[in-house]
Design a protein around this ligand. Sequence first.
Ligand SMILES: Cc1ncc(COP(=O)(O)O)c(C=O)c1O
Length: 368
Amino acid sequence: MPGMIPQAAPPLRIARFREEIDAMVARVLSGPSYILGELVSAFEAAFAETAGVAHCVGVASGTDALALALRALGIGPGDEVLLPALTFAGTAQAILHCGASPVFVEVDQATRCIDPAAAEGAIGPRTAAVVPVHLFGHPAAMPALMALADRHRLAVVEDCAQSHSAALGDRALGSFGHAAAYSFYPTKNLGGIGDGGAVVTADPALAERLRRLRHYGFAGGERVSGGIGFNSRLDEIQAAMLLALLPHLAEGNAERRASAARYRELLDGTGIGLPPEGAGSVYHQFAITVPDRDGLKRRLDAAGIGTAVHYAPGLHRHPAFAEGARTPLPVTDALAGSLLSLPIQPEVATGHEARIAGTIRECLRCAG
Ligand SMILES: Cc1ncc(COP(=O)(O)O)c(C=O)c1O
């Protein structure tokens, strides 16, 4: 059997850019500062520019980025926050972390992102915010969502954990909402070798509140807590990794788009459901839909091709979030039962699309 193709392999990405990473990490080791030092500041400036917004505040994870952004926007106990149920658990956990209640909204069948009409229908007297997730790197319907947020005076925090440098038309995702949250978990399009996250915003006062929240409530250089604060800082080592990898983000996203285009050609005519097309998508995942998803996954595993399920069950079916399930979510349930993410990280997928698609065709023939 030819070699195993993993669904994702962050160490291969690190190996590819190892020289640049080593040089940047060496700068951290020689000091002078291991916490909130010069590389965190340098990364924040560089990432704000990439994200198309004025301010970036590095934090400890994507979940913290969402929770701190919501808190900085005044979301707290008694508030309800709308979000899609088809996302990673961290999106809803962040809402619980700031004392608010997640309320799940149906997704659009084509984009797999929150459906603006369903979001409008879910608004009640306690609704205070909405968290659209750009799932798998594809843009949610931001113009419609921002119009709805304006009409109902809702705060908007974009969950950009899977959409680094993605765009809708000529506008960067992350620049639509009042704030946007990023994760730098190792498998992300821009990922470190541990946990990390960031919030971006155009609002300088919001950025200042976030800087206090991530660092014990301290303002400026004083070690005096002006209010509640946490220890949630991006660390210097992760900042060094991210600074070394950021110049390669656009190239990596282009490679993902090229692999996606190959998969589309190669899987044409199979009846498999393909991801939505969009020039601004950055294909964090290339997730197909098939009725016998678990069977196909097993057969691909046996043939040496790694795949992953994102996300099953939908969050409305997790015990921690059960109160947020207000209406049936048939589209979410159907997608949760049929989505299968193929390898798309450039270091594992590029050049192997034909073998992967050919094996999928064989598996479907055998099963049929
Ligand atoms: C859509 C989404 N939101 C939030 C998170 C949470 O990020 P983290 O794992 O960095 O806390 C992730 C990923 O891990 C994610 O994919």
